[in-house]
Design a protein around this ligand. Structure first.
Ligand code: FNR
Length: 380
Protein backbone atom coordinates (compact mmCIF):
# COMPACT_ATOMS: atom_id res chain seq x y z
CA UNK A 1 0.00 0.00 0.00
CA UNK A 2 1.26 3.49 -0.82
CA UNK A 3 2.66 5.30 2.21
CA UNK A 4 2.53 8.64 0.39
CA UNK A 5 -1.24 8.51 0.18
CA UNK A 6 -1.95 7.83 3.84
CA UNK A 7 -3.28 10.75 5.90
CA UNK A 8 -0.94 12.43 8.36
CA UNK A 9 -1.46 14.68 11.37
CA UNK A 10 1.03 17.50 11.10
CA UNK A 11 0.41 19.46 14.27
CA UNK A 12 -2.92 21.21 13.89
CA UNK A 13 -3.51 20.19 10.30
CA UNK A 14 -4.60 16.87 8.88
CA UNK A 15 -2.96 16.10 5.55
CA UNK A 16 -4.76 13.78 3.15
CA UNK A 17 -1.46 12.81 1.53
CA UNK A 18 2.27 13.21 2.17
CA UNK A 19 3.49 14.70 -1.10
CA UNK A 20 4.61 18.13 0.14
CA UNK A 21 5.69 20.99 -2.10
CA UNK A 22 9.17 22.11 -0.98
CA UNK A 23 10.02 25.80 -0.52
CA UNK A 24 11.25 27.10 -3.88
CA UNK A 25 12.63 30.57 -4.53
CA UNK A 26 11.47 31.67 -7.99
CA UNK A 27 12.24 35.42 -7.90
CA UNK A 28 9.02 36.53 -9.56
CA UNK A 29 7.45 38.94 -7.08
CA UNK A 30 6.24 42.30 -8.37
CA UNK A 31 8.99 44.91 -8.44
CA UNK A 32 10.20 47.23 -7.03
CA UNK A 33 8.46 46.40 -3.74
CA UNK A 34 8.74 42.57 -3.62
CA UNK A 35 4.95 42.12 -3.62
CA UNK A 36 3.34 38.74 -4.46
CA UNK A 37 0.84 39.20 -7.31
CA UNK A 38 -1.64 37.39 -9.52
CA UNK A 39 0.98 35.32 -11.35
CA UNK A 40 2.28 33.97 -8.03
CA UNK A 41 -1.28 33.17 -6.87
CA UNK A 42 -1.88 31.28 -10.10
CA UNK A 43 1.36 29.28 -9.67
CA UNK A 44 0.61 28.24 -6.08
CA UNK A 45 -3.08 27.61 -6.91
CA UNK A 46 -1.99 25.25 -9.72
CA UNK A 47 0.12 23.26 -7.26
CA UNK A 48 -2.51 23.07 -4.50
CA UNK A 49 -4.32 19.80 -3.87
CA UNK A 50 -7.06 18.65 -1.53
CA UNK A 51 -5.43 18.07 1.86
CA UNK A 52 -1.89 18.63 0.49
CA UNK A 53 0.75 20.97 1.95
CA UNK A 54 2.63 23.70 0.11
CA UNK A 55 5.54 25.51 1.73
CA UNK A 56 6.14 28.86 0.06
CA UNK A 57 9.41 30.15 -1.30
CA UNK A 58 11.63 31.81 1.29
CA UNK A 59 10.07 35.16 2.19
CA UNK A 60 11.83 38.25 3.58
CA UNK A 61 10.94 39.19 7.16
CA UNK A 62 12.21 42.75 6.70
CA UNK A 63 13.99 44.97 4.20
CA UNK A 64 17.25 44.02 5.87
CA UNK A 65 16.45 40.31 5.45
CA UNK A 66 16.61 40.58 1.64
CA UNK A 67 19.31 38.76 -0.25
CA UNK A 68 17.92 38.12 -3.74
CA UNK A 69 16.25 40.57 -6.12
CA UNK A 70 12.70 39.39 -6.83
CA UNK A 71 12.19 37.36 -3.65
CA UNK A 72 8.91 38.32 -1.97
CA UNK A 73 8.54 39.99 1.42
CA UNK A 74 5.96 39.80 4.18
CA UNK A 75 6.70 43.03 6.02
CA UNK A 76 4.49 45.61 4.23
CA UNK A 77 0.70 45.92 3.94
CA UNK A 78 0.89 45.47 0.14
CA UNK A 79 2.87 42.26 0.54
CA UNK A 80 0.32 40.91 3.04
CA UNK A 81 -2.49 41.71 0.57
CA UNK A 82 -0.54 39.95 -2.17
CA UNK A 83 -0.11 36.84 -0.02
CA UNK A 84 -3.85 36.88 0.72
CA UNK A 85 -4.43 36.24 -2.99
CA UNK A 86 -2.02 33.29 -2.80
CA UNK A 87 -3.57 31.67 0.27
CA UNK A 88 -7.07 32.11 -1.19
CA UNK A 89 -6.02 30.32 -4.39
CA UNK A 90 -4.64 27.39 -2.36
CA UNK A 91 -7.59 27.22 0.03
CA UNK A 92 -10.03 27.26 -2.91
CA UNK A 93 -8.66 23.79 -3.70
CA UNK A 94 -8.78 22.67 -0.03
CA UNK A 95 -5.01 22.77 0.22
CA UNK A 96 -2.81 23.97 3.08
CA UNK A 97 -0.04 26.53 2.79
CA UNK A 98 2.77 27.52 5.19
CA UNK A 99 4.89 30.63 4.73
CA UNK A 100 8.63 30.00 4.82
CA UNK A 101 10.18 33.03 6.53
CA UNK A 102 13.85 33.94 6.41
CA UNK A 103 16.63 36.42 6.84
CA UNK A 104 19.55 35.93 4.46
CA UNK A 105 22.25 37.37 6.76
CA UNK A 106 25.60 37.48 4.99
CA UNK A 107 24.09 36.03 1.76
CA UNK A 108 23.04 39.51 0.70
CA UNK A 109 24.66 42.61 -0.75
CA UNK A 110 24.83 46.23 0.37
CA UNK A 111 22.82 47.29 -2.71
CA UNK A 112 19.81 45.48 -1.19
CA UNK A 113 20.32 46.77 2.35
CA UNK A 114 18.65 49.81 3.89
CA UNK A 115 21.00 52.78 3.60
CA UNK A 116 23.44 50.70 1.52
CA UNK A 117 25.00 49.24 4.68
CA UNK A 118 26.91 45.99 4.65
CA UNK A 119 24.77 42.89 5.33
CA UNK A 120 24.59 41.82 8.99
CA UNK A 121 25.64 38.36 10.21
CA UNK A 122 26.66 36.69 13.49
CA UNK A 123 30.31 37.50 12.74
CA UNK A 124 32.34 39.29 10.09
CA UNK A 125 33.09 36.12 8.10
CA UNK A 126 32.81 36.47 4.34
CA UNK A 127 31.23 33.73 2.21
CA UNK A 128 33.39 32.29 -0.54
CA UNK A 129 32.33 32.97 -4.10
CA UNK A 130 29.99 35.39 -5.80
CA UNK A 131 26.48 36.68 -5.23
CA UNK A 132 24.16 39.04 -7.06
CA UNK A 133 23.43 42.68 -6.42
CA UNK A 134 20.06 44.47 -6.56
CA UNK A 135 20.31 44.72 -10.36
CA UNK A 136 21.11 41.03 -10.69
CA UNK A 137 24.80 41.56 -11.58
CA UNK A 138 27.26 38.96 -10.36
CA UNK A 139 29.46 40.48 -7.62
CA UNK A 140 31.90 39.05 -5.06
CA UNK A 141 30.50 38.53 -1.55
CA UNK A 142 31.17 41.37 0.88
CA UNK A 143 32.46 40.82 4.39
CA UNK A 144 29.36 41.26 6.59
CA UNK A 145 29.15 43.28 9.81
CA UNK A 146 28.70 41.44 13.10
CA UNK A 147 25.19 42.20 14.36
CA UNK A 148 24.88 44.03 17.69
CA UNK A 149 22.77 42.56 20.50
CA UNK A 150 20.18 45.28 19.85
CA UNK A 151 19.98 44.33 16.17
CA UNK A 152 19.60 40.65 17.05
CA UNK A 153 16.64 41.52 19.26
CA UNK A 154 15.11 43.53 16.42
CA UNK A 155 15.52 40.68 13.94
CA UNK A 156 13.83 38.25 16.35
CA UNK A 157 11.00 40.81 16.61
CA UNK A 158 10.82 40.95 12.80
CA UNK A 159 10.23 37.18 12.70
CA UNK A 160 7.34 37.68 15.12
CA UNK A 161 5.89 40.45 12.95
CA UNK A 162 6.29 38.27 9.86
CA UNK A 163 4.32 35.52 11.64
CA UNK A 164 1.59 38.04 12.54
CA UNK A 165 1.46 39.11 8.91
CA UNK A 166 1.35 35.48 7.76
CA UNK A 167 -1.62 34.91 10.05
CA UNK A 168 -3.34 38.02 8.67
CA UNK A 169 -2.66 36.82 5.12
CA UNK A 170 -4.48 33.53 5.80
CA UNK A 171 -1.53 31.12 6.02
CA UNK A 172 -2.14 27.84 7.84
CA UNK A 173 1.24 28.04 9.53
CA UNK A 174 4.83 29.16 9.24
CA UNK A 175 8.10 27.37 8.46
CA UNK A 176 11.20 29.00 9.96
CA UNK A 177 14.06 28.77 7.44
CA UNK A 178 17.00 27.58 9.52
CA UNK A 179 18.70 25.74 6.62
CA UNK A 180 21.02 26.26 3.66
CA UNK A 181 23.46 28.77 5.12
CA UNK A 182 21.13 31.72 5.74
CA UNK A 183 21.06 33.84 8.91
CA UNK A 184 19.72 31.30 11.42
CA UNK A 185 22.04 28.61 10.04
CA UNK A 186 24.90 31.15 10.25
CA UNK A 187 24.19 31.43 13.98
CA UNK A 188 23.99 27.64 14.41
CA UNK A 189 27.21 26.65 12.64
CA UNK A 190 30.63 27.48 14.05
CA UNK A 191 32.31 28.39 10.77
CA UNK A 192 30.11 31.49 10.56
CA UNK A 193 29.42 32.10 14.26
CA UNK A 194 32.55 33.33 16.06
CA UNK A 195 30.68 35.36 18.68
CA UNK A 196 31.78 35.41 22.28
CA UNK A 197 28.48 36.55 23.79
CA UNK A 198 25.29 34.63 24.69
CA UNK A 199 24.68 33.81 20.98
CA UNK A 200 28.08 32.23 20.27
CA UNK A 201 30.53 29.65 21.56
CA UNK A 202 28.78 26.54 22.88
CA UNK A 203 26.20 24.63 20.87
CA UNK A 204 23.59 25.78 23.39
CA UNK A 205 24.50 29.43 22.80
CA UNK A 206 24.57 29.08 19.01
CA UNK A 207 21.08 27.51 19.11
CA UNK A 208 19.73 30.37 21.22
CA UNK A 209 18.89 32.65 18.27
CA UNK A 210 16.77 29.94 16.60
CA UNK A 211 14.98 29.09 19.84
CA UNK A 212 14.13 32.72 20.56
CA UNK A 213 12.66 33.02 17.06
CA UNK A 214 10.69 29.80 17.60
CA UNK A 215 9.32 31.23 20.85
CA UNK A 216 8.14 34.41 19.12
CA UNK A 217 6.64 32.66 16.12
CA UNK A 218 4.85 29.99 18.17
CA UNK A 219 3.53 32.85 20.33
CA UNK A 220 1.64 33.99 17.23
CA UNK A 221 0.61 30.72 15.53
CA UNK A 222 0.73 28.16 18.34
CA UNK A 223 3.38 25.44 18.50
CA UNK A 224 1.34 23.10 16.32
CA UNK A 225 1.36 25.41 13.29
CA UNK A 226 5.09 26.05 13.18
CA UNK A 227 7.76 23.96 11.47
CA UNK A 228 11.53 24.44 11.22
CA UNK A 229 13.74 23.53 8.26
CA UNK A 230 17.32 22.42 8.91
CA UNK A 231 20.10 21.15 6.64
CA UNK A 232 22.61 19.14 8.69
CA UNK A 233 25.94 18.66 6.88
CA UNK A 234 24.71 21.28 4.42
CA UNK A 235 27.39 23.08 2.44
CA UNK A 236 25.24 25.55 0.59
CA UNK A 237 26.22 29.24 0.94
CA UNK A 238 29.65 28.16 2.22
CA UNK A 239 28.30 26.94 5.58
CA UNK A 240 29.93 24.30 7.78
CA UNK A 241 30.31 23.15 11.34
CA UNK A 242 33.01 21.23 13.20
CA UNK A 243 30.48 18.76 14.67
CA UNK A 244 27.16 18.65 12.81
CA UNK A 245 26.03 15.48 14.61
CA UNK A 246 26.26 17.11 18.04
CA UNK A 247 24.87 20.45 16.86
CA UNK A 248 21.82 19.10 15.08
CA UNK A 249 21.15 16.53 17.81
CA UNK A 250 20.84 19.39 20.28
CA UNK A 251 18.70 21.40 17.83
CA UNK A 252 16.39 18.40 17.26
CA UNK A 253 15.97 17.70 20.98
CA UNK A 254 15.24 21.36 21.78
CA UNK A 255 12.74 21.71 18.93
CA UNK A 256 11.14 18.43 20.02
CA UNK A 257 10.53 19.85 23.49
CA UNK A 258 8.58 22.66 21.86
CA UNK A 259 6.15 20.20 20.20
CA UNK A 260 6.33 21.83 16.79
CA UNK A 261 4.13 20.75 13.89
CA UNK A 262 7.16 19.24 12.14
CA UNK A 263 10.90 19.23 11.59
CA UNK A 264 11.86 19.56 7.91
CA UNK A 265 15.22 17.96 7.15
CA UNK A 266 17.20 18.49 3.96
CA UNK A 267 19.18 15.34 3.21
CA UNK A 268 22.88 16.08 2.60
CA UNK A 269 23.17 13.27 0.02
CA UNK A 270 21.39 15.50 -2.51
CA UNK A 271 23.46 17.96 -4.46
CA UNK A 272 22.79 21.21 -2.66
CA UNK A 273 22.72 23.43 -5.68
CA UNK A 274 20.17 21.01 -7.13
CA UNK A 275 22.04 21.19 -10.43
CA UNK A 276 22.30 17.45 -10.82
CA UNK A 277 20.18 14.52 -9.71
CA UNK A 278 23.24 12.53 -8.62
CA UNK A 279 23.13 11.48 -4.97
CA UNK A 280 26.18 11.03 -2.75
CA UNK A 281 25.96 7.47 -1.40
CA UNK A 282 28.49 8.26 1.35
CA UNK A 283 26.62 11.21 2.85
CA UNK A 284 25.08 10.66 6.30
CA UNK A 285 21.36 9.92 6.36
CA UNK A 286 20.03 12.88 8.34
CA UNK A 287 16.32 12.11 8.77
CA UNK A 288 16.94 8.74 10.40
CA UNK A 289 19.48 10.29 12.80
CA UNK A 290 17.35 13.17 14.02
CA UNK A 291 13.75 11.92 13.79
CA UNK A 292 13.91 10.04 17.08
CA UNK A 293 15.53 12.97 18.87
CA UNK A 294 12.85 15.35 17.63
CA UNK A 295 10.04 12.91 18.40
CA UNK A 296 7.39 14.56 16.18
CA UNK A 297 6.61 14.42 12.46
CA UNK A 298 9.55 14.77 10.05
CA UNK A 299 9.41 15.96 6.45
CA UNK A 300 12.45 14.82 4.47
CA UNK A 301 13.65 16.57 1.30
CA UNK A 302 16.41 16.31 -1.26
CA UNK A 303 16.58 14.24 -4.41
CA UNK A 304 13.55 12.03 -3.73
CA UNK A 305 11.61 10.12 -6.36
CA UNK A 306 8.19 8.62 -5.76
CA UNK A 307 9.86 5.29 -5.08
CA UNK A 308 12.48 6.51 -2.59
CA UNK A 309 9.85 8.65 -0.87
CA UNK A 310 7.70 5.56 -0.35
CA UNK A 311 10.67 3.69 1.14
CA UNK A 312 11.78 6.45 3.51
CA UNK A 313 8.27 6.62 4.96
CA UNK A 314 7.95 2.81 5.13
CA UNK A 315 11.30 2.71 6.98
CA UNK A 316 9.88 5.30 9.41
CA UNK A 317 12.77 7.67 8.80
CA UNK A 318 10.32 10.36 7.73
CA UNK A 319 6.56 10.92 7.77
CA UNK A 320 6.25 13.00 4.61
CA UNK A 321 8.51 13.99 1.72
CA UNK A 322 8.93 17.43 0.16
CA UNK A 323 9.61 17.59 -3.58
CA UNK A 324 11.25 20.63 -5.15
CA UNK A 325 12.19 20.36 -8.79
CA UNK A 326 9.50 17.78 -9.57
CA UNK A 327 6.86 20.20 -8.23
CA UNK A 328 8.25 23.05 -10.36
CA UNK A 329 7.62 21.01 -13.51
CA UNK A 330 4.50 19.12 -12.43
CA UNK A 331 1.71 21.29 -11.02
CA UNK A 332 -0.35 18.13 -10.41
CA UNK A 333 2.49 16.06 -8.92
CA UNK A 334 0.35 14.24 -6.29
CA UNK A 335 -2.10 13.16 -9.02
CA UNK A 336 0.71 11.99 -11.26
CA UNK A 337 2.16 9.90 -8.41
CA UNK A 338 -1.26 8.52 -7.53
CA UNK A 339 -1.97 7.52 -11.11
CA UNK A 340 1.58 6.49 -12.00
CA UNK A 341 1.56 9.14 -14.72
CA UNK A 342 4.59 10.42 -16.64
CA UNK A 343 6.53 13.40 -15.30
CA UNK A 344 7.28 16.63 -17.16
CA UNK A 345 11.02 17.39 -17.24
CA UNK A 346 11.99 20.69 -15.64
CA UNK A 347 13.68 23.60 -17.34
CA UNK A 348 16.53 24.88 -15.15
CA UNK A 349 16.94 28.07 -17.19
CA UNK A 350 13.58 29.37 -15.94
CA UNK A 351 13.97 28.46 -12.23
CA UNK A 352 14.94 31.96 -11.12
CA UNK A 353 13.25 35.13 -12.33
CA UNK A 354 11.32 35.86 -15.52
CA UNK A 355 7.64 35.55 -16.31
CA UNK A 356 4.99 32.86 -16.78
CA UNK A 357 7.36 30.79 -18.91
CA UNK A 358 8.69 27.87 -16.89
CA UNK A 359 6.43 28.98 -14.04
CA UNK A 360 2.72 28.60 -14.78
CA UNK A 361 2.90 26.95 -18.21
CA UNK A 362 3.89 23.37 -17.28
CA UNK A 363 1.08 21.10 -18.50
CA UNK A 364 -1.24 19.03 -16.33
CA UNK A 365 -1.43 15.31 -16.86
CA UNK A 366 -4.50 15.35 -19.07
CA UNK A 367 -2.84 17.73 -21.55
CA UNK A 368 0.65 16.18 -21.38
CA UNK A 369 1.64 14.02 -24.32
CA UNK A 370 3.24 10.81 -23.05
CA UNK A 371 5.86 10.77 -25.80
CA UNK A 372 7.36 14.11 -24.80
CA UNK A 373 7.24 13.33 -21.08
CA UNK A 374 9.92 10.91 -19.94
CA UNK A 375 9.11 8.73 -16.94
CA UNK A 376 12.20 9.87 -15.09
CA UNK A 377 13.49 13.41 -15.04
CA UNK A 378 16.94 13.86 -16.44
CA UNK A 379 19.26 16.57 -15.19
CA UNK A 380 19.48 19.57 -17.51
C1 FNR B 1 15.39 25.52 -3.67
N1 FNR B 1 15.46 25.15 -2.33
C2 FNR B 1 15.01 26.01 -1.35
N2 FNR B 1 15.03 25.64 -0.03
C3 FNR B 1 14.51 26.44 0.92
O1 FNR B 1 14.51 26.06 2.10
N3 FNR B 1 13.96 27.65 0.59
C4 FNR B 1 13.94 28.11 -0.69
O2 FNR B 1 13.42 29.21 -0.96
C5 FNR B 1 14.50 27.29 -1.70
N4 FNR B 1 14.53 27.68 -3.00
C6 FNR B 1 14.91 26.81 -4.01
C7 FNR B 1 14.77 27.18 -5.35
C8 FNR B 1 15.08 26.28 -6.36
C9 FNR B 1 14.86 26.69 -7.80
C10 FNR B 1 15.56 24.99 -6.04
C11 FNR B 1 15.87 24.00 -7.12
C12 FNR B 1 15.73 24.62 -4.72
C13 FNR B 1 15.78 23.75 -1.98
C14 FNR B 1 14.53 22.88 -2.19
O3 FNR B 1 13.53 23.18 -1.22
C15 FNR B 1 14.85 21.36 -2.05
O4 FNR B 1 15.37 21.09 -0.79
C16 FNR B 1 15.84 20.93 -3.15
O5 FNR B 1 15.38 21.34 -4.42
C17 FNR B 1 16.02 19.42 -3.19
O6 FNR B 1 14.80 18.79 -3.45
P1 FNR B 1 14.46 18.15 -4.91
O7 FNR B 1 14.44 19.28 -5.91
O8 FNR B 1 15.56 17.18 -5.18
O9 FNR B 1 13.12 17.51 -4.72
Amino acid sequence: MSALFQPLNLGAILLKHRVVMAPLTRLRSQQPDDVPHGLNAEYYGQRASDGGLIITEATDTSEQARGYPGAPGIYTADQVRGWQGVTEAVHAKQGFIFSQIWHTGRISHSSMQPGGRLPGAPSAVVAAGNHMDRQGNVVPFETPRALTLGEIEEIIGDFRKAAEHALAAGFDGVEIHSANGYLIDQFLQDHTNRREDAYGGSIENRTQFLLEIVEQVTGVFGHDRVGVRIAPWGVSADIRDSDPQALFSHVSVELGKRKLAYLHIVEPRANQRSDTNALDPNAPDASSRFKGLFGGPVIAAGGFTQETAESVIHARHADAVAFGRLFIANPDLPDRFRMGGPLNPYDRATFYGGDARGYTDYPYLDTATPDSSPKTVTPQ
